[in-house]
Structures are given as structure tokens and as C-alpha cells.
Design a protein around this ligand. Sequence first.
Ligand code: NOJ
Length: 870
Amino acid sequence: MASAYQNVGLYMAIVVVAQHEFPSLSPKNETQNSKFSVLFLSLLLILFSTVSSWKKDEFRNCNQTPFCKRARSRKPNSCSLIAVDVAISDGDLTAKLVSRTPTEVYSVVENENGKTPDPDQNQEEQDNQEQKQDDQSAAPIKPLILTLSVYQDGILRLKIDEDPSLNPPKKRFEVPDVIEPHFLDKKLWLQRFSEEVIDGDSESSIIIYLADGYEVVLRRDPLEVFVRKKNGGKRVISLNSHGLFDFEQLRSKKDGDNWEESFRSHTDSRPYGPQSISFDISFYGADNVYGIPEHATSLALKPTRGPGIEFSEPYRLFNLDVFEYIHDSPFGLYGSIPLMISHGKRGGTSGFFWLNAAEMQIDVLGDGWDSGESKISLPLDQRRIDTLWMSEAGVIDAFFFAGPGPKDVIRQYVMVTGMPAMPQLFAAAYHQCRWNYRDEEDVEHVDSKFDEYDIPYDVLWLDIEHTDGKKYFTWDGVLFPHPEEMQQKLAAKGRHMVTIVDPHIKRDGSYFMHKEATEKGYYVKDATGNDYDGWCWPGSSSYPDILSPEIRAWWADKFSYKNYVGSTPSLYIWNDMNEPSVFNGPEVTMPRDALHVGGVEHRELHNAYGYYFHMGTADGLLKRGDGKDRPFVLSRAFFSGSQRYGAVWTGDNTAEWEHLRISVPMVLTMGLTGLTFAGADVGGYFGNPEPELLVRWYQLGAYYPFFRGHAHHDTTRREPWLFGERNRELMRDAIRTRYVLLPYFYTLFREANTTGVPIMRPLWMEFPADEAAFSNDEAFMVGNSLLVQGIYTERAKHASVYLPGGESWYDLRSGTSYKGGATHKLEVSEEGIPAFQRAGTIIPRKDRYRRSSTQMANDPYTLAFFSSEL
Ligand code: NOJ
């Protein structure tokens, strides 16, 4: 059961003990007293360990995940495939991948029954079992089909799949509705290829045009695909340069085959056997690699394998509801974007994107990882970062982005996956949330306090308790009897409301959503074909099969004013728990062998499940407003393309300084991978922040693209006026800073909407040649004009701020100028965090203080300009 849920239970247990046991304590009753102390202490201990630790054991590590363990144990150069029958067909280059030795068979290294290896079992025993399974499941390698297509602007697409003419047991899943339809019109129809012998190979390699200055090489034997520069032939990105490519083909079950896989109390039936894919990708001229959210870790990704490496787990991409995640871990969180960006002083920027929604694990391989075992000769003069990509299922549908600059790679990526949506102005302003604002009176009270203290805000949020028994699209009749009136009151001040709509549907026969979904057969099915029944906030719940366009349209219709009774035009939506979170499911999510429309297994689609909810909800809001009202939808789960549907946030963080710090690389990474509209819960979701931390969080959060204060129901109330006058002023000033800068933010949202370039940017995106900026993730740019440095420690008196580039920078509050290209040790006051405007830039502002962004509509603009002269 989910830890979030358990924690609620534990909290309740402590309250009960406190109420029933304390009165009986008396000197006369020492035995009882000491019993109580033991009980109380144990409860405290449990509470402490529950509250302060991430439940690692609930989740699988790579060694407990057979495909990951298998792929990681492969030796360099173990791929035996070569490319044959190369041809041009329909403007693409195609080839067959066959085994160099045609009788070769698969060796599937798994232990008996595919069970998670028991760490206590001795190695020899384990290896014997794995070998046994090997022999049982060995199968001949069938040819695979490789297709290379070239698109405008330096984009190479590579697909590898099973050959449909060889009748695989089913079609492997290709993620629909992610590729922007217009992208397909940008294909460059290949007419010819040339040939060249590389490194004394026995066969010539095939060369095709990619873009001016770039070409693609398909090396037949050993199999390799790479992008290189035309002049000088320097490599940019390559696939299979270390011979780690592997593609497990689907199989039909025969008597005696047992591919079941167990983790804790869950068993996955795996009806098609192991079907994973893995390969190595190398980035040349790279000083660092970035991207592949969502992890609470540094911006520049640390190596996960190799001599002296601290992370021994790969970066995991598997959308999960992780209770109290820890900072600095490669562990997978709520969303997944399989896009990695490489950047180097000499090599420029390039990117690699694998459109695949199954569980993925990615190793960043540190220098010396292969102990010199890779046999394919790689250019020694080019600095390189090698990576290993492993996915449980699906196909290879991968995109290579040639760059050459950081903004080029992002433009190339959003050409494939779509531009970030343009929000309404109000959504770019400050949002006030809490689990929960109790009732209409509470809403009115909070709203009036913002006015009383002259603190602007635009949106008030209602979490799950506003519903009738966690039945979304309904209202608790006692607590929220007049939802329309409540929204209208806010709207009269130019404010909006957001309500939560989660994907789990309460299995309650009287609930219209459940009735309709059941009658129409709209739920995801379990492996036996029945409606999947899992446990979430409402208790027993089922989950709409949102992959289906028909079911998505049904979902979208639920947001019409007629269907969502009590909703008004100023109401927008929050999709939470859409990984999906299933409290009693394996790893707190849906079983991998659950079934979606068309026989798609959940394992193939998992990372995109939440994405389709985001899409369906945004479509619903668009439809509701006859296409004229720009939707606002916040989603916790995300996948490539989510940027088209709205905002995302970093989920349930904690009120700790380290979480404030990690929020910056997390939001920067989201921006680098298309998710411009992102933020972290200001204040930290779990725990009670010290006022100083809360103030610093507001000062930093004012620069997140998505700026929302939010907190768990166990925390004490923390609206900005609750911490004394001085702290209230400090928080108000931080929020006002955001309002003053709203015209600048809005302009940046539009820039993102037309180019994909994020609002919050790593320094190296603006200063790509400045090495000192490459791994700086404590400071960031907002657009190209503002640099912000967070303060991440208590009682900080000074901060070291690196100001890149040759121009000077002007302190936003004092106007003092500082030289670029240097680190400055600056005094820090409680009044704000260091923020600077770059010389030679203009920032549009609105300097009058109002209650909400809507009320600023007719206010004059101020243009802040700092000249490039000192
Ligand atoms: C989990 C979300 O991450 C959190 O923000 C929300 O308050 C709770 N679910 C309750 O809905």
C-alpha cells in the first residue's frame, strides 16, 4: 500500500494513542506507564523512520529488474548483428540486421521463472539457474528491419523493429500521438547514398546527407550508425560503437515456458517473454550530458558506472509516485523524458531522443568503464561520453539532433514533439494551494487575507477533499455547497480557481463516471481481462483506458460546463496521481501485464499513461471554451510532448534546504527537455519549513516558470501572513517581484511557445563557450537577460556568484554593476536573493501593485534597460 496512504494511517494511530493513553498515566500506574513509554517510543521511532525516509524497498533496483541486470552485464562488442540488403525505399534508407553467424541463438540471462535474484543466494547457484533458463528459452535471432530517415534542420530518425513479414506474435508498441503531425511533412526524401570504407572494414559503409555540414554513416560490419561533420569527419553522436546493441524478440509461449517475474508480492505474467532492447550511444566533444528527467539530481548528469563511481544505479525512467523522495538520486520519479543533451566547449551541443514509453534505465558511463574492452576503433582525439540505454519493451524509434548549439537542439526536439502551450497570463502569476482548503469559508478567508496584506495572487486551488467522497467532478455538498458562487466571487477580483481531477475512478455503483465507464468498457483491464481494480484515495478504483482516442474524447467531455456541475469559466484543472499511482500495485503503480485497447500491455505504455490524461483534460478545457479559452492543466506525470498540454511540477518535495537547492536542477532539466512550464512546491510539500527557509523559497520560486505554494495536510498552515510582520513583508515582496516581471515572463512564455527555448535556462545555454558555467546549477538564467542565484543555506551572509560572459551585470535591487566572467563574493541580505540584469538587455515590467494579474491589464509598462557600458 502506498506510503502516502500508510503515513496518513500512522498519523491517525499516533493521534489515537495520544488521546486514549495519556489520561491513564499516573505515578500509581508505573507498569502501564512504562508500557506506554515503550509503545510511544516505538511509535515515535516508526514515525521518524516513516517520515524521514524514502521507502527504497518498495521499488526495484537494476539488479532486481532482469532486463536491466542482463543489459548491464553484457560485454562490449557482444553484438553480432550486421547490416545487409541496404536500399533506398520511399525516401528512407533501409537495411536488414542479421546475425553474422546465421545459426546464432538468443541467450536470455535470467534466473529460474524470471524471478528477482535473491541477494542471499550464492552466486554460483544463481548463475546455474540463469543458465538453465537460458537453455530453455534460447531462440534463433530473426532479422530486424532498420530504417533511417532524414528531416529538415539536422534531424535523423532511426527505427529498428521486428520484421512484420516474419509474423511476430504481435506488433510491438509504438507510442502514438507524441510526434507532432507537421513534423512528418519535414522529411527529406533520400534519393541516393554513397559508400566509403572505414577503418579497413571488409565491407564499405553507407553515407547519406543529413544537413549542410553533416552526414550519417551506416556501418555494416561491425554495425554502427553515426552522425559526423562533413569537414574533417568529426563524429557527433553514434549508436552501437561499443557493440552493446541487443533486441529481444517476442515469442509465443510453448508448454513449459515460464516467463513470470516476481517482485515482492506481485507477479508479472510476461506473456511474450523478455522483450527488452538495449544499446550504447556515444556523444563526442562532450564535457557533460544533461536531460532525461525526472530525477532529483544535479543538472550535469553524474556517471553511474565506471571506476570510482558514486551512483551504482542507472538513471531510471519509470513514472512512479515516490513518497518523500530523496535529493541526489538517479531514482525515477513521476515523469519521464528520454531525451539526453550533450554539451562541450569543443563539440557543441547535440541530442538523442528515444521515443519509447516502457521502463527505461540509462547508464552514463564514466571514463574507463569498459576497461579497454570495446573493440571498434573510436577516435581518440575526441572527448566522448558513452551511455547505455535499456528499455523493457517497445521498438527503437530514436532521433539524433545535430545541434550545433543548445537552442538548436531544443528547437529540433520540439519540432518532433511539439511546442510548449501558450498559457494565459494568470497562469504565469502566483498560485496558492494546500491540501486542503477546508470549505467555502476557508477559501473566502484565505482570499481576503491576501487582500488585507496587499499580497497579489491569481489562483486558489482545491485538493481532493473538495469532492464528494473522492469522486472527481463532484463537490462535497456540506463543505462546498455553492461552488459556482465561490468561483464567481474570486472571478470578480480577477482570480481563478483550480480543482483536482485524478485518474482513478471510485468503484461506486451510484457514481456516474463509474457507471458509464463500466457500461462502455472504458477501463484498463487486468491480465485476465476484467476491469482492473486498484486502491487509491477513494479506496477500490478503476482507471480509464485513456490511450484510446474514443475514451479520451469521453474524458474530455466531462469538463463541459454541463457535465462538470458547479464548474464555471474561471475554473481550471489539476491532474494528479496519473503515473498512475496505485497504492496496492507493484511499486505503487499498475501491473505491467494490465491490458489497454488493442492488446497493448501496460509495460509498453506505462511512462506515457499520465501524458494522455494531461492531453485529454487540456482538450476538454479547450472544447469547453469552444477553442477560444487557453486551457490551464497541471499534471504530475509527464512524457515527451507534455509541454503541449500545460504545466508540470516536481511533486512531493520536502521542506528542507537541500530540496530547495535540488529544485533548481530539476526545473532546469525539465526546461531543457521541452517542459518549459514547470516549478516545485514552494515551501516544500512535506514538513514545516522554518520561516527563513520559506522566505528563501518564495524568493527563488518567484523565478520558477510555475510558481505555486503548496503543502501536505499534516503541515501547519503556512500562508505568507502567518509568520510575523517582517516575514510577511519579505514574502510579499518576493511575490510582488514576480508580478513586476510578469510582462517579461509572459514574453518568455511566448518565446518558448514559438521556439521551445525554456524560460528558466542553464547558464551554458546563454554562454555555451563558458566552461565555468557548464555544471553550475545553483544559478540560472530567466530568459537571456536575468541571472538568479538561489540562497540554499540558513543565515547566509555571503554568496559566491559567478557572472558569465564579457558584459557587466546589474544588481536588480541596488543597480550596482559587476563585471562578467568572474566570481563575486557578495553580501546577502534577507531582503532577496541575488538577481542581476545583463547589460545591453531590456526587461519589460509593470511596477504597480495590484491584487491579481488580471487587474494589471491596463497598467503602464516600464522598460528596464541597462547599457553595456560600465
Ligand atoms: C499527491 C500530490 O503530489 C500532492 O500535491 C497532493 O496534495 C496529494 N496527492 C493529494 O491530492
